[in-house]
Unconditional design. Sequence first.
Length: 213
Amino acid sequence: MKDTFKHKGLRQQLVNVIKAKGIADKNVLDAIGSIPRHLFMDSSFLDHAYQDKAFPIGADQTISQPYTVAFQSELLQVKPGDKVLEIGTGSGYQCAVLCKLGAKVYSIERQQELFKKTSKFLPKLGYRAKKLIFGDGYKGLPEEAPFDSIIVTAGAPFVPKPLLSQLKIGGRLVIPVGDDVQMMTLFVRKGPKEFEQHEYGEFRFVPLLEDKN
Ligand code: SAH
């Protein structure tokens, strides 16, 4: 598990690329600049780790494109100490970014293989989520609610109601909504039943799946 000067240099170039694409939040850029993304990928993809692209991580899943991770993280407006729920732990890269931003992260993954792999791997790198959960993200995590923010990292065919109801007042849900292509959508909870909704353009994610395999 090496992180060399070469990796650091490539990472800085990646930061410059996503900055040029419009990411401005310094804390988010610092997180991308400090997390060794190559260690979250299979060795056969190491050369690709610092390109701004999504890549396979096994179990038919992908590690999201760095720009997308940065974009969603920026929309969340994480403050240190925030309680954040992530749906779709996957490789753990987005989770590491949230930890680096100072969040207390709860993250749910429905693929057992990925859940096990990432549960072992993340602490080894020094990123300690509050809790990694094997389960169905459509239900959220009622026992730990309410959350300051919730991030969904798979394409949701619709907005799961439990996620909206598990937000604090003032809390933010960032979720890509749609089937083949998703609209990046932000919900801000203004009151018990009031939500403000904003849309931020199209992205492509692997689907948020309903049934366990
Ligand atoms: N945040 C991840 C992105 C992984 S891709 C990363 O940084 O690498 C999306 C992930 O969502 C996949 O791992 C997939 O298994 C998971 N997923 C799909 N449907 C889910 C559901 N209903 N509940 C929880 N996780 C789900």
